[in-house]
Write a protein that binds this ligand. Structure first.
Ligand SMILES: CC(C)C[C@H](NC(=O)C[C@H](O)[C@H](CC1CCCCC1)NC(=O)CC[C@H](O)[C@H](Cc1ccccc1)NC(=O)OC(C)(C)C)C(=O)O
Length: 328
């Protein structure tokens, strides 16, 4: 079978939310190819933590079965996190259904999750080896769904300030231009990781990247790479400054940002449109804007939603590869 759901940008493309049916209840969740736990806001949480959220009502599901003794605890790169107990239930994502999916039921969530009332949890789509359930690690929705999918793939079609889609089991070739290009994924770290050794701005000399590795992460808002690449890119932008106050590089909102090409697997260069690198204004007048490409101190670069807005991406769990093509 196949399954397709909308991916709706929230709060200026900070995240993308999709409807998921769990035991007959529909929640808007954040599909995250950078982690591997499916967890939800639910009726076990304190009233305070539930404020403003749609929660999964554990008493209402006819099919929820609690997993005795199972717990989870997860913390993310941005310092947020959640923890709780675990059950199994039927999960239906746009028609793709898993009858006994591990559902992690938060009994505690960090403040940023409580504040982000649009999101009611995450669907982890990285590799199951990163799942945090103890004592028995659980499989992701994609791993469980794969045997029944027409093709062992899911795709991310994320758009700038517009509704896109996630699809399981098929690659909709009408959603991108030209031929999709593929690269090998290294699953050692549990991410959709591929080699990405260089960047290029226009026809300037390509810039090497220390470590030369990147992950495709729908759960990260920006595109995070080495400070050297960030500085070299914004050297092309009049008035760009690294503003510690704001926490990264800003520039005049009317800047003409150049496109940025990045290497994928040593086999092709993919493009991020300059317009997608203007992330958001930082001031009410809308004169100063925050860059979508920012620095990270790590040998593992994180290509987040800024990249997905320019590239239609296919994740192939059958042969562990990643496909990219410019959005149609
Ligand atoms: C648990 C591990 C096995 C995996 C774990 N994976 C990650 O941390 C990456 C993963 O993709 C996580 C998943 C996100 C966690 C926070 C909630 C939203 C999903 N990404 C992250 O941890 C990266 C965090 C995002 O970039 C935030 C997301 C966000 C959205 C709305 C409101 C607040 C925060 N955006 C964000 O900060 O946007 C700004 C910069 C414009 C303010 C890790 O590497 O540690």
């Amino acid at each position: 079978g196949t399954g397709k759901v909308t991916a709706t940008p929230i709060n200026g493309d900070v995240e993308y939310l999709s409807p998921v049916n769990i035991g007959g209840q529909t929640l808007n969740l954040d599909f995250d190819s950078g982690s591997s736990d499916l967890w939800v806001f639910n009726s076990q949480l304190s009233t305070a933590s539930q404020t403003g959220h749609t929660v999964f009502n554990v008493a209402k599901s006819q099919t929820l079965q609690m997993m005795t003794g199972a717990t989870y605890s997860i913390s993310y790169g941005d310092g947020s996190g959640s923890a709780g107990n675990v059950g199994t239930d039927t999960v239906n994502i746009g028609g793709a259904t898993v009858t006994s999916q591990a559902i992690e039921l938060a009994t505690a969530v960090s403040a940023s999750f409580v504040e982000d009332t649009a999101s009611n949890g995450l669907v982890g789509l990285a590799f199951s080896k990163l799942n945090t359930v103890k004592p028995t690690q659980q499989k992701t929705f994609f791993d469980n769904a794969m045997p029944n999918l027409a093709e062992p793939v899911f795709t991310a079609d994320l758009r700038s300030n517009a509704v896109g889609a996630y699809e399981f089991g098929a690659i909709d070739t009408s959603k991108f231009n030209g031929t999709m290009q593929w690269a090998a994924v290294n699953t050692t770290n549990g991410f959709w990781q591929f080699s990405s050794e260089k960047f290029q701005v226009g026809d300037a000399t390509p810039m090497a990247v220390p470590g030369g590795q990147a992950i495709a992460d729908t759960g990260t808002t920006l595109m995070l790479t080495s400070a050297a690449v960030v500085n070299a890119y914004y050297a092309n932008v009049q008035g760009a400054v690294n503003d510690q106050q704001v926490g990264g590089v800003t520039f005049p909102c009317n800047s003409q940002l150049p496109d940025l090409q990045f290497d994928v697997g040593g086999s092709f260069m993919a493009n991020v449109k300059g317009s997608d690198i203007n992330f958001a204004p930082v001031d009410n007048a809308g004169t100063t804007c925050f860059g979508g490409v920012q620095a990270i101190q790590s040998n593992l670069q994180i290509y987040g939603d800024i990249m997905f807005k320019s590239q239609f991406v296919a994740f192939n769990g059958g042969n562990n590869s990643i496909g990219m093509a410019p959005h149609q």
